[in-house]
Design a protein around this ligand. Structure first.
Ligand code: PAP
Length: 334
């Protein structure tokens, strides 16, 4: 299949030249950027202050060249393992609540990952997203400062989570995906790398701060959420999401219990126990396949207590306090 399905003749040739230039740039970057130890792949590359694997680096270059921003786009952004799967299900089912009944829903037969595309997979220029109807939903793990400038016209939902739980969740997840040709990454090694900021899409703190600062500048454009608040008060968050996406819950829907239906549909227990999420893989770009059940592990607050020593907890909490000092971000170092 052509990499530019919608183009013909000279248009195609022009774009092919551009595409080859990106491949060249990618090759050059891999040779020149600072390298760190990868959790899944052998190396990560420090690109504009953030650590990316070779494929996500390429995806970022492609995104900057080919992505066509629309002000109606709504982008779900998160650091890995912060609640993306949950938010994908919640945003999709909240926005499309007139399209599907809760007794026979899209999510009963399709994984949350399939609801809307990741910008970080190497999908460009093969997929023409302009054909999707508005508002178009996308997900990304890229820090705000790694995204194209035109995206300041789009809305963002950012979800973050206690970094200690993120670390534990990510280590379990990446250990499964890690190439069998590489030596395993022990939890102690992952902890050390995480503290140094060397972790796919990290440093964690810079990632969170990139969206936090943007949300302070444009609160109407960025809805800043926390996994823990979603766990404690899901109904408050679903109403916020509905308002933010331009589709507030009506009085009639409140009476019918629509908010409760959305929460029940997207709950960890429900999604994890659906047959569709127990078998098979989700595909990201050309090469990455992830077992669907890998997205549903424990879904709890505080699993870090089963993995981190007292000393580790104090060290990571100290880093969080220092990094977030004066930012207004609190409650991560408990
Ligand atoms: P991703 O970065 O690979 O997209 P993401 O969905 O952000 O992963 O995070 C996965 C975490 O969310 C897992 O946490 P755990 O390892 O601590 O268990 C996963 O279990 C949890 N999770 C997935 N779906 C839900 C849900 N519906 N409700 C609550 N937590 C969920």
């Amino acid at each position: 299949m052509s990499i530019f399905p919608s183009l013909t003749g000279s248009e195609y040739e022009e774009d092919e030249v551009q595409y080859n230039q990106i491949c060249e740039k990618h090759k050059h970057l891999l040779e020149t950027l600072p390298k760190g130890r990868g959790w899944r792949t052998q190396h990560l590359y420090n690109y504009n202050g953030f650590w990316l694997g070779p494929m996500t680096l390429n995806a970022n270059l492609l995104l900057h060249t080919y992505f066509k921003c629309e002000p109606t786009n709504i982008i779900l952004a998160s650091f890995m393992k912060s609640g993306t799967t949950w938010l994908k299900a919640l945003m999709f089912s909240t926005l499309n609540r007139d399209r599907y009944s809760f007794s026979n829903h899209y999510l009963h037969n399709n994984s949350p990952q399939s609801t809307f595309p990741y910008l970080d997979a190497e999908s460009y220029p093969m997929t023409d997203f302009t054909t999707f109807s508005a508002p178009r939903l996308f997900a990304t793990h890229f820090a705000r400062t790694l995204l194209p400038a035109c995206m300041s016209s789009c809305k963002f939902v950012y979800v973050c989570r206690d970094p200690k739980d993120v670390l534990v969740s990510k280590w379990h997840f990446m250990s499964k995906l890690r190439s069998k040709d590489l030596p395993p990454l022990s939890f102690d090694e992952a902890f050390e790398l995480f503290c140094l900021g060397v972790s796919e899409f990290g440093p964690f703190w810079e990632h969170v701060l990139s969206y936090w600062r943007a949300s302070l500048e444009s609160p109407d454009k960025i809805l800043f959420l926390r996994y823990e608040e979603l766990k404690k008060q899901p109904e408050v968050v679903v109403r916020k999401l509905a308002d933010f996406m331009g589709k507030p819950i009506t009085m009639e829907e409140e009476k019918k219990g629509v908010v409760g239906e959305i929460i029940k549909l997207c709950s960890f227990e429900n999604l994890r126990n659906l047959e569709i999420n127990k078998k098979g893989v989700d595909k990201f770009g050309k090469l990455v396949e992830v077992e669907k059940q890998g997205f549903f592990r424990k879904g709890e607050i505080g699993d870090w207590k089963n993995h981190l020593s007292e000393e580790m907890k104090d060290r990571i909490n100290g880093i969080i306090e220092q990094k977030f000092l004066g930012s207004g971000l609190i409650g991560f170092s408990e």
